[in-house]
Design a protein around this ligand. Structure first.
Ligand code: SF4
Ligand code: SF4
Length: 472
């Protein structure tokens, strides 16, 4: 059993020496988590890289402007070719619904994997502690440095670390702002010290916020500030897959000495490696805890220990309560709450696809005058009055034609052959439509207005209204 341990670089005695002092932190000390290689560490690096989109995304161009730009002053969101105006805010509601329910579904299936692998708080903390390790050394050295008296070396190391942390905080703030203004222009303004008051306030807030939350508060942010950490428990059930210590296999735990095999003991050799690597200071052997962010790093640690002592991996593994208790686990498509989540997610996704594919550069609204509904002219013709509101959502002036369908022998007043719509502006027109009473065979006749742009954009907007007449 110990052959592998003998061959490994780190001996069991060393493992016990370096981790013997570990205990669950309740907020009174800084956690210096050990870093170990492994499958889940690799996955974490990969998922963390998704955040590169946050830093690099604003520099993508689409035509002559930023590909994704949340232009708050102009009240327009540009997302590649699509422009979303306040009128399309329902799309934003669907986006929020999609992500909120997706988060609930993922939590129900695999616990807080979002926290462990994607959340900005845990990822920024991971980067900050990685820098800390590069400058100050492994956890034992970091703790020693923390306790050491201030001398030139300590000042140099600590100052370098805090300077890098602050620079990362600043870069985070600049990257955030770059989604709301032209990113290249923003850098120009920064270098020429030409930021406005709001930009300075946002930059300061993000720099300080990142520095404090990721540098100092770390896992305490998850414990005390994050609402999601509070509510995630209600999304779990006995089929939720979570990092779980296999008690039946691991207990009774006991220290293992080189060359000693105790058949009465479980597989856990009480090395505390799983606690040493945990970024939130959790001892997963005590069962599920609020602090566990489902990062899987304790799985890597325990697997490496199992490799060393020649036992199968998986003493700590992603498993559901039912699986650990030997019960049968239903397939995912038979879990009612997952089906409900899937239904809501599909609804939101379908709505988004529909909305984005029907987003045009024109928006048409028509208000039919109510008082009176119609006017009978001296020659017997019936006249209705309409208020047309046409929004040109594009960045360029647009010439459009407006046509009517549904009425015979009608005449209009207030409609020109071609109408110029200024870029990004709402244009309003009053239009009178007249028709001989003889062509009206009912009290309400459907009438469709069509606005057609035929210059820069080949786009059309339609609105169905009514033409009212006297009772026949
Ligand atoms: S569960 Fe694994 S890593 Fe944790 S103390 Fe036991 S053997 Fe060590
Ligand atoms: S207990 Fe394991 S999975 Fe949970 S936070 Fe700690 S290291 Fe990550």
């Amino acid at each position: 059993m110990l052959d592998k341990a003998a061959k490994s670089e780190v001996t069991l005695e060393q493992i016990y020496d370096e981790s013997g002092s570990w205990h669950v932190n309740t907020g009174g000390e800084t956690i210096h988590a050990k870093r170990m290689k492994g499958r889940f560490r690799k996955i974490k690096w990969m998922t963390m890289s998704v955040w590169l989109v946050f830093f690099l995304g604003p520099y993508l161009r689409w035509g002559d402007r930023q590909a994704v730009l949340f232009d708050i002053p102009a009240r327009k969101f540009h997302i590649f070719g699509a422009t979303i105006m306040p009128q399309d805010v329902w799309l934003l509601a669907l986006v929020l619904l999609f992500f909120a329910i997706s988060l609930a579904a993922v939590t129900s299936i695999a616990g807080r994997v979002f926290c462990g692998y994607f959340c900005f708080q845990t990822i920024w903390t991971d980067i900050f502690t990685w820098i800390e390790e590069k400058l100050e050394g492994n956890p034992a050295k970091r703790r020693k440095l923390d306790k050491a008296p201030w001398d030139f070396r300590k000042i140099r190391i600590k100052a370098s670390k805090h300077l890098i942390w602050i620079l990362i905080g600043m870069l985070t703030g600049i990257s955030f702002m770059a989604w709301f203004t032209d990113a290249y222009q923003l850098w120009g303004n920064i270098f020429s010290l030409n930021l406005n008051g709001l930009e300075i306030a946002v930059l300061l807030a993000f720099t300080l916020g990142t520095y404090i939350l990721a540098g100092f508060m770390r896992e305490q942010t998850c414990f005390w500030l994050c609402p999601y950490a509070r509510i995630q428990g209600v999304m779990y059930d006995s089929d939720t897959i979570l990092p779980t210590y296999d008690v039946a296999r691991g207990e009774p735990r006991g220290k293992l000495k080189k060359g000693q095999i105790d058949e009465g003991k479980g597989d856990c050799i009480d090395c505390n490696q799983c606690v040493a690597v945990c970024p939130t200071g959790v001892d997963i052997r005590q069962g599920q805890q609020e602090g566990c962010i489902t990062c899987g790093l304790c799985l890597d640690a325990c697997d490496s220990v199992m490799d060393k002592i020649g036992r199968p991996r998986g003493l700590i593994r992603y498993a559901s309560l039912d699986e650990i208790q030997g019960k049968e686990q239903p397939p995912i498509y038979k879990r009612p709450r997952i089906l409900i989540y899937a239904g809501i997610i599909s609804f939101a996704a379908f709505g988004l696809i529909y909305g984005l594919s029907h987003l045009g550069s024109l928006d048409l609204k028509i208000i039919h005058a109510r008082q009176p509904l119609y006017v009978q002219q001296s020659n017997g013709d019936i006249q209705n009055k309409y208020q047309l509101k046409i929004l040109n959502k594009s960045d360029q002036d647009m010439t459009v034609s407006i046509t009517l369908d549904g009425l015979k022998k009608y005449k209009t007043q207030g409609l020109k052959d071609r109408v110029l719509l200024p870029a990004g502006k709402l244009s309003s027109f009053t239009v009178f439509v007249r028709a001989p009473r003889s062509v009206l065979d009912k009290e309400r006749t459907p009438l469709k207005f069509t606005v057609h742009s035929f210059e820069v954009y080949d786009d059309t907007a339609e609105y169905e209204s009514m033409f009212y007449g006297p009772r026949t």
